[in-house]
Design a protein around this ligand. Structure first.
Ligand code: NOJ
Length: 584
């Protein structure tokens, strides 16, 4: 998810309590199963290709499920596989209730569900309902005429008064799209603009229209009937918009957002049980949500969603110009953000924990030691810091191997619509092409999308055809086959971290307390629950560190360590990228 469009919204997000929940309290699940879970995300295009066309698919994914199961993850989130023109690799859906032939068939989804359930795992599908594709029949109808019954399913607006369609300044608001340019596309036939917060081929649905919301609820129930266990909601806090005739308004955490989420919960999954028991699992992607917003979204008594993806920690290396205005990672700032979220959701609500997904560069390159001697130690240290926090950890495909960014040498190698549009706009503004390439080489979404590295063979074992995006040349060293039996691999470290979460209630529910907030690259914190306590300490730098740690921990048991030199260092001394978990 890129940075928010400028200019900033002109009004503050609503902090009103959810009106519906005050009249209809929702029963909170007494012990939600997903609090002890770990989610593994698959971007199906890039995971495993079953038919040799160079694009990953569901049969390919099914054939590789044991990799995810052996890791210990118990929820699989699959990015969109629905019919789509692929303007945004499937986040532009043209039919919510089918599978794109690129990825397989509905029968493959049924098989995926059955194979997961047989392994005691769950399936979470990706629901993209802030917008559809412009090829979705709803939009085709809506566009066809002003009196079409679906006209009001999207945001159509005339040019500003005194302007003609397409004139500079005629757009109904000054919003800039997440993918560069205005959020308003002039449609000559309609004589009006339609809203698209993302690409112009991704028109925004008008959730003010109750028929739109009912269609979404129907669709969600249909997938639950089919056997899915939960939903990841794409940019769900953007679905309520305020657009005034004078061009003011906002769309992050909009005026009716809590009402819409509560209604969707109530109409679509409240009270339903998934296979094997337990409630349906939901996570909402919520850019620009504050801790306070997140508490409202995830307070179980309000009946909205179970957890959120918040973005504050993703912005620590972004300058004022957004994600391509790249800054070094400031760990003091990062710790302040992580600590605030940990404390803010300690009593009420729940967070997801992630360093990566299909929209983010690879953590080992972004926050870690890159392709140096410390590469693996840095991947392990970052994982330790993430997985030991309170929340539900998400592992993005290849992160468990320490996969790194792709060394792009030309803008022509990019596929991602967001990077391409940004690069085009930057070049048009006269930015030096070398600088544009350098920014893309740090931040492009394509880094997360290069094919999964299964083995050292041709195309990393991803496909027998020609991969749709180049395979990282480092796959000859960094791949699942090489790491599987190596007890010292990044993969083995992830396995241990995930196993710890299952064994230690303190890891799930323990209180979080940050230590050393001002140290420039050591992250340290404790977790406490009753008489159980953990100390986590990690040096996220390529220099040794000397820190003051409470002496009471000096002789404690080390549960898990990585990056340690062969001869142990004195208490308080840390080797580069060393990470340890102590238990009292
Ligand atoms: C967020 C998704 O994660 C991203 O990949 C997508 O481009 C946008 N939403 C639009 O759907």
């Amino acid at each position: 998810m890129p940075d928010e469009p400028a200019p900033a919204p002109t009004a503050l997000p609503s902090r009103m309590p959810n009106a519906l929940s005050s009249t209809m309290p929702t029963m909170a699940d007494p012990a939600p199963w997903w609090k002890t879970s770990v989610v593994y995300q698959v971007y199906p295009r890039s995971f495993a290709d079953g038919d040799g066309d160079g694009i990953g698919d569901l049969p390919g994914l099914i054939a590789r499920l044991d990799h995810i199961h052996d890791l210990g993850a118990d929820i699989l989130w699959v990015s969109p596989f629905y019919p789509s023109p692929q303007a945004d690799n499937g986040y532009d859906v043209s039919d919510y209730q089918d599978v794109d032939p690129l990825f397989g068939t509905l029968a493959d989804v049924d098989r995926l569900i059955a194979e997961l359930h047989a392994r005691g795992m769950k399936l979470v599908i990706d629901i993209v309902v802030n917008h559809t594709s412009d090829a979705h029949p709803w939009f085709v109808e809506s566009r066809s005429s002003a009196d079409n019954p679906k006209r009001d399913w999207y945001w159509w607006r005339p040019p500003r008064e005194g302007f003609a369609l397409g004139d500079p300044g005629a757009e109904p608001t000054e919003w800039q799209s997440f993918f560069s340019g205005s959020t308003w596309e002039p449609d000559a036939q309609a004589g009006a603009y339609y809203l698209h917060l993302f690409e112009r081929r991704q028109p925004d649905l008008n959730w003010e229209n109750p028929q739109v919301r009912a269609a979404v609820h129907d669709m969600l129930r249909w997938w639950l009937d089919r056997g899915v266990d939960g939903f990841r909601f794409d940019v769900i806090n953007l679905v309520s918009k305020s657009i005034a005739a004078d061009g003011s308004g906002w769309f992050f955490n909009g005026p009716r957002i809590h009402e819409f989420l509560h209604e969707m919960n109530r109409e679509s999954w409240a009270g339903r049980r998934i296979a094997g028991g337990g409630a349906v699992f939901t996570v909402g992607e919520t850019p620009n949500a504050s801790v306070e917003d997140a508490r409202l979204y995830t307070d179980p008594t309000r009946g909205e969603v179970d957890m959120v993806f918040q973005f504050e920690h993703m912005g620590v290396d972004h300058g004022p110009g957004g994600r391509y205005d790249v800054r070094p990672v400031d760990w003091v700032a990062m710790k302040e953000v992580l600590d605030r979220w940990q404390r803010g959701l300690a009593e009420v609500g729940w967070n997801s924990l992630y360093w990566c997904n299909h929209d983010q560069p690879r953590p080992v390159s972004r926050y870690g030691a890159g392709d140096t001697a410390y590469r693996d130690s840095s991947a392990k240290a970052l994982a330790t810091v993430l997985h030991l926090q309170r929340g539900t950890p998400f592992v993005y495909q290849g992160e468990e191997l320490g996969m790194a960014n792709y060394p792009f040498t030309s803008l022509d190698q990019l596929d991602d619509v967001e990077s391409r549009n940004w690069a085009r706009a930057a070049l048009a503004r006269g930015v030096d092409p070398a600088q544009v390439l350098a920014a893309v080489n740090v931040q492009s979404r394509d880094h997360a999308r290069t094919p999964m590295q299964w083995d050292a063979g041709p195309h990393a074992g991803f496909t027998t055809g020609t991969p749709w995006l180049p395979v990282n040349p480092d796959h000859v060293r960094v791949n699942a086959a090489a790491q599987r039996a190596d007890p010292d691999s990044v993969l083995a470290h992830y396995r241990r971290l995930i196993a710890l979460r299952r064994q230690l209630p303190v890891l799930v529910d323990g209180r979080f307390e940050l230590l050393l907030p001002d140290h420039p690259h050591v992250v340290a914190f404790t977790r406490r629950l009753g008489s159980e306590a953990l100390l986590v300490v990690a040096n996220l730098g390529s220099e040794p560190a000397q820190v003051e740690l409470p002496d009471s921990w000096a002789d404690s048991t080390v549960l898990l360590a990585s990056g340690m030199p062969s001869a142990p260092l004195p208490w308080g001394r840390l080797a580069p990228w060393e990470a340890r978990i102590h238990a009292s």
